[in-house]
Design a protein around this ligand. Structure first.
Ligand SMILES: [Fe+2]
Ligand SMILES: [Fe+2]
Length: 210
């Protein structure tokens, strides 16, 4: 092995080690956060797994997928600022309560925006409730203005949210979840991402069940 190659391998190894440490630390932090709320326990991990399956189906480059994985893990950390009784309120939210919940992408963005990630994780997290037709929040981004990672994240988010048990809604199951993303194709969700999710449906259903 040449010296240059040895140096390259060393750098690659330490890069992997740092990425692993970062992911481990984030996973622990999110685990603590979700522990206060049994209804969303595991949500970030599930969303991350589903998002990765969709990204792989779309043949997203490995390096880009790493950024998506991290963004998916922390996408809802901004909910720490939303009172628990609003987060788990059975029945309809008032307009004010909904406005409070809608702040969670910005809260997360503000908290992580100074971290020098090698990917634009803050922008991806900020954009996970944007909709393809521009009716999402917080910035009303439209179509390709929404980072691709966030387009994937929003589909994975809805798939897990619909499947998971919620206090205000019985388990609707994977059929319902896929029906919702199919109906939202081109309005709420990117048509390309929905198509990839449908192709990967069997794998995703297994992830949702596990
Ligand atoms: Fe969210
Ligand atoms: Fe979420």
């Amino acid at each position: 092995m040449t010296q240059k190659r040895q140096v390259e391998e060393f750098l690659l190894d330490s890069e992997n080690a740092v990425t692993h440490t970062l992911i481990g630390a984030l996973d622990a932090m999110v685990g603590l956060l979700e522990a206060r709320d049994p209804y969303t326990a595991g949500h970030s991990r599930n969303v991350s797994a589903i998002a990765l399956t969709i990204a792989n189906e779309m043949k997203m480059p490995k390096a880009q997928i790493e950024g998506l994985r991290i963004a998916a893990m922390i996408h809802d950390v901004g909910k720490i600022q939303v009172p628990m009784d609003i987060l788990n309120k059975p029945g309809r939210l008032t307009a004010n309560e909904f406005e409070l919940i809608k702040q969670h992408p910005q809260t997360a963005y503000d908290a992580i925006k100074e971290i020098p990630f090698p990917w634009d994780v803050p922008k991806i997290v900020l954009s996970h409730h944007e909709k393809w037709d521009g009716t999402g929040y917080p910035n009303g981004l439209k179509g390709e203005q929404i980072p691709l990672e966030a387009q994937i994240l929003s589909v994975a988010d809805v798939l897990d949210a619909v499947c998971a048990h919620r206090p205000y809604r019985a388990q609707l199951g994977a059929d319902k979840a896929f029906q919702i993303i199919e109906e939202g194709r081109g309005s709420s969700f990117s048509p390309t991402v929905v198509a990839a999710a449908l192709r990967a449906r069997e794998r995703i259903v297994k992830q949702l069940a596990g």
